[in-house]
Design a protein around this ligand. Sequence first.
Ligand SMILES: [Zn+2]
Length: 256
Amino acid sequence: MTESRTYNDIIAGADQQDDDDKNYKEEKYLGNYLRFKMKREGKRFWAGDNISEYIDNEHVKAQLIDEAAEAFELVLDRLLIDRENDPNSKGTAHRLAKMYFNEVMAGRYETPPDATAFPNNSADRYEGMLVVRSELRSMCSHHHQPVSGVAYIGIIAAQKLIGLSKYTRIAQWCARRGTLQEELCNDIAREIMKATDSDNVAVYIQAVHGCCENRGIMAHSSLTQTTVLKGAFNNDGNTKKEFFDNIKLQQEFAPR
Ligand SMILES: [Zn+2]
């Protein structure tokens, strides 16, 4: 565990005149300082929230990973796992910390994917429906168990288009957090609307949940489906039907 090597650099730019901040600069953990800062600024930092504006350089993240590793060491100790002699448990605390920040919860700490939009305003512009199938990996915020599934994102093209891979990048950015499937469905719809300026967006997710498969009811074939329908997908029966017909065609093409 390296001693807060960059901590002073990191907070050097913080509000020098603020007495509360001064107290927090004595604080050993950067994580505690950032939690204080978010509370003071009214920033919500639930498991499904993106807080990338507070992780504004790689030193911050490296420091937070070190601090989380130290905390995971304590968890392993409390679980009575011999992390000093068990070769498989030796680096586990640090592996867990890195995995949370860089993989399973990466969408909390990373800025939104760059989704450069292209104009869709020529005379022969595309006005039809687009349905993109996106593989999802997420984690439930209740049990930190894996959630894996597929999102079908439907959109009626508006004045701008984004690259096809961007739909999946946005969906994954929303998913790589601690989520509830219901919230995730909403989050993806909102971010796609933001990136495309389209009011007509639909998201259907089907996923299996580790918290139902590996524990609790141990249901191995349970599938959870959620749907969010906006604009024409919600108030036009034909649009809604076309979306679900397209999903069926996609599922025939690539069964799940
Ligand atoms: Zn759960």
